[in-house]
Each structure stands twice: as C-alpha cells, then as structure tokens.
Write a protein that binds this ligand. Structure first.
Ligand code: SIN
Length: 276
C-alpha cells in the first residue's frame, strides 16, 4: 500500500487497496487511514453501486438525505448531476454535510462517474487543525457555547439545480444547536464544528457579536494552509470524515465562455451521532 499526502494539513491518496474487496479485515486499515488523514482518495476504482454500498455499510447505517431523492434503482445513493449548461454545483460554499440535523452525517463515500476535462475540484479543510490554530480570545468566547445550524429548506437543495428531485420528506427549513467545539467520538480530538453555509448564530450572544465572531471563524476555516485540494478523475472514490472536515465543491464552470461541462457523482452518506 502507498500513501501519498495531499498537503501538510490533511488528505491522502491511497494506492494498493481494492475497494471492490472490502472486508472487515481491510476495513480497519481504511478506517485508520481515514481517522489519520480525515479525507482519503482512491483512483481507478470501478466499483459497482453494490460495492459502494458494501463499503459504506462498514462505517455504519446509510442515511437518506434530508431533502434529495436517491437513485431509482439504489435509493441509498444520491446521484449528483451538474449539467453542462449549469453554472452552479451542489456543494459549493464551505460546509459540513447536513450539520443542521440532530445527528449530522459521520462519513461520505463519493464516487466520480463523469468528470470534466478541467474544473470541479473539491477542497477540504481540517477542523481539528482549525481549532488548534484559532485565535485564543475567540477560543475563550466559544469554547462552551453552542451554535445554531439551519437547513435552509428544500429550495436551497432543489430549486437551483435542474437534475435533483425532492424526496418529499422535509419541505420546510429547520435547525439544530450543536457545540461549537465537539469531541471526535473515536479519537477524542477537539473539532471546530461550525460552517459558513449552515451555521447562522452563536447561542447566547447578541446578533452583532455572534455575526462578528462567526465571520472571523469562517475566514480562519478557509485559510489555505488548513486545506487540501483533490482534482478528480473518473472512477475515483473519496471518503471523508464529515465530523472533522468541512469541504467546498468548486463550481468553476463557465458555460457561456466555453467551459460548461457535465459532472456526475454518486454519493452515499453514513449516519452520525449527536455532537458532544
Ligand atoms: C458535496 O458537497 O457533498 C459534494 C462534493 C462534490 O461534489 O465534490
């Protein structure tokens, strides 16, 4: 097995593991790699939907998305389609998947099916490192506080994107409050658990102070020295620990300038637990 680090902050590309053949024996290696690097990538993995589901189930039960319908043939898999004519892409903007749920997603297994010749990379940022390196005065203010995360409603997930369908579960926006500093349930490391897309207020602070501190934290989380960037190829698989990273799918597609490409991914989410 070969492990190639993507940056000094997080992320590793793994060679020498066949994701078609995940068993309880090699799953331990995969999970250890995930806990160490927080996001791991595998290229040239022409796995079937059943094999992707098999891999996901080793991490835990599969989660249905709050708003978006799964594939007709495999409802556990959400197909993310960005049409060649579309500028926007699902997942642009820093976020941790469904952080607005009472028990946000534990891990994501994302497999690439159709990748443009240029554009559509995904960037990840290490939220353990973000907590370690956060300004000490801000740390003191937020260490024991909670923040409120909002789902932004069905419109946010469906209206902007042509190829997504509602699962009819949640037409309305809802929110949940989580500790700003959560503890990783497996490593016990501290994690800065807010994100630009869904976190809208710090509980117990006036709106202006809450906005000021959140904006400072969001700037800090986006620092390039906390990140790694993955350039997709077809049949690649990314697995990320959604508890300890935030990510950003870059929508650098410009159909009107001849840079409009289709991008298709299959996503499986694994259920998480209540942050503490
Ligand atoms: C997501 O934000 O879940 C999608 C990431 C991607 O398509 O790169």
């Amino acid at each position: 097995m070969e492990v190639k680090l993507l940056s000094g902050a997080l992320g590793a590309e793994i060679d020498g593991i066949d994701l078609k053949k995940v068993t309880s024996d090699n799953f331990k290696t995969i999970n250890d790699l995930l806990l160490e690097h927080k996001v791991i990538f595998f290229r040239n993995q022409n796995i079937t939907p059943e094999e992707q589901i098999n891999l996901a189930k080793f991490f835990g039960p599969i989660e249905e998305h709050a708003y978006v319908k799964g594939r007709e043939d495999y409802p556990q898999i959400t197909r993310l389609i960005k049409g060649a004519e579309e500028k926007n892409q699902w997942g642009e903007g820093w976020h941790s998947d469904v952080s607005y749920n009472p028990e946000p997603t534990k891990a994501i297994i994302l497999r690439s099916l159709k990748i443009p010749p240029v554009g559509g990379d995904t960037v990840f940022s290490n939220m353990e490192l973000a907590w370690e390196t956060l300004d000490e005065d801000i740390k003191k203010i937020v260490v024991d506080k909670k923040a409120e995360h909002f789902s932004l409603g069905a419109g946010f997930f469906l209206d902007k994107f042509k190829y997504f369908e509602s699962n009819g579960n949640n037409p309305k926006e809802y929110s949940n409050k989580h500790p700003i500093v959560r503890t990783h349930p497996e490593t016990e490391n501290k994690i800065l658990f807010v994100n630009w897309t869904y976190t809208k207020k710090i509980v117990g602070l006036e709106e202006s102070e809450s906005n000021e501190i959140l904006n400072k934290i969001f700037d800090h989380q986006a620092r390039l020295d906390l990140t790694c960037r993955f350039s997709w190829t077809e049949n690649a698989v990314a697995i990320w620990d959604n508890r300890s990273v935030i990510h950003y799918a870059i929508a650098d597609f410009y159909p009107e300038r001849g840079m409009g490409y289709e991008r298709v991914m299959d996503r499986i989410a694994v259920m998480g637990d209540r942050p503490f």
